[in-house]
Design a protein around this ligand. Structure first.
Ligand code: DAH
Length: 347
């Protein structure tokens, strides 16, 4: 038998035997048999002197190859058996200090809406606003009535809302809320029920629903963030400065705010607010219409049990998609809801 044949044979039988090894004892026996000082590898070494000179290089290489393969196999088995500490072991050894295996799966990130929503909440919380939540399945009492939106108001048309109950048959029909202003009402009601004490200072981010025809800027579901601040002596200038501080914190020191007179049933006076912002870094700032705001209408305070002679407040609400689309250069609102995996990839 040539030395090469002998090496091949050792390799095959050693690897086969190693497969069968299932405890530290058997592994030690295997080590002695194959790679120990009197093992099979050692025992073929003297054959080297009979190998013709011109083959010595090749055979020597093969010898090293088989030797390191066996040693590698031994180490791997030792690790998998957990016999690294020597002696008998009852189970695989886990080295908790080892660095983790690099995950080849892609790691996800927050959806842009979730991220922007978190950023907005974080800024308002620095301005002293707490987060309040309300249900998405609402009733018209909270979505309209207590917000001073009268029965005949066009906003209450069943065509423009997702009613769950028929408004012609049920006294307080349920609906998917069409605005986060509902949370103003719920928060004031709650505060009064718990023995009201000012201030109320909340923001409420969340989903709203309207049966709009879907296009690049409209969706039947989108997100708003609502703000409400009630206390003694809250004024329009507090509203203005809150919006300005928000704009500067989120969009940078150059951001500016302007109010334009408008009308909402739940605020008096009411305004739309624009922000002078560069939505995308490096672009020129321009006036972007962000939402509505105003001083909470006395009727709304009264409907919730708060005395409008003693307390005043401001409220605002704006769309989260609008900010997200501008900030991240997303041209079509539908892209945010189509489960395009790229929106969740870490880049
Ligand atoms: N709820 C309004 C809407 O969905 C937005 C809004 C306007 C909210 C004025 C407010 C406000 O709190 O004071 O269009």
């Amino acid at each position: 038998m040539t030395m090469l044949d002998a090496l091949n044979e050792i390799e095959t039988s050693a690897m086969g035997a190693l497969d069968q090894v299932s405890d530290a004892e058997a592994l030690e026996a295997w080590r002695i048999e194959y790679i120990g000082t009197k093992g099979k590898i050692r025992s073929v070494m003297p054959m080297m002197k009979d190998v013709p000179n011109e083959q010595k290089g090749q055979v020597g290489k093969r010898l090293n190859e088989v030797k390191s393969k066996l040693e590698g196999g031994f180490k791997a088995k030792q690790e998998s058996l957990g016999s690294g500490g020597g002696g008998k072991s009852s189970g695989p050894m886990l080295d908790l200090t080892e660095p983790g295996v690099i995950d080849t799966h892609s790691v996800g990130k927050e959806h842009i809406i979730t991220r922007v929503r978190g950023e907005l909440v974080e800024i308002f919380s620095r301005l002293g606003f707490e987060v309040a939540q309300g249900p998405e399945l609402e009733d018209d009492e909270h979505n309209f009535v207590k917000l001073n939106i009268p029965d005949a108001h066009p906003a209450r048309d069943p065509i423009d809302n997702f009613y769950v109950d028929d408004p012609n048959e049920v006294a307080t029909p349920r609906m998917l809320r069409s605005q986060t202003s509902t949370v103003q009402i719920r928060t004031m009601e709650d505060a009064v029920a718990k023995g009201w004490g000012p201030p109320i200072k909340i923001v409420s981010p969340g989903r709203v629903y309207r049966p709009d025809t879907v296009d690049a800027t409209h969706s039947f579901m989108f997100h708003q963030i609502e703000g409400l601040y009630i206390d003694k002596g809250v004024s329009m200038s507090d509203l203005m400065s809150t919006l300005l501080q928000f704009a500067r914190a989120y969009f940078g020191e150059d951001a500016d705010v302007r109010l334009r007179p408008s009308f909402f049933p739940f605020t008096e006076p009411s305004a739309e607010f624009d922000m002078m912002i560069a939505l995308k870094p490096g672009t020129d700032p321009s006036w972007i219409e962000l939402g509505g705001c105003g001083m909470v209408d006395p009727n709304v305070l009264e409907a919730c049990g708060i005395d409008p002679e003693e307390y005043t407040g401001f409220a605002f609400g704006f769309g989260i998609e609008r900010i997200a689309m501008g900030k991240y250069g997303i041209p079509d609102i539908r892209m945010l809801f189509e489960n395009d995996i790229r929106f969740l990839q870490r880049v």
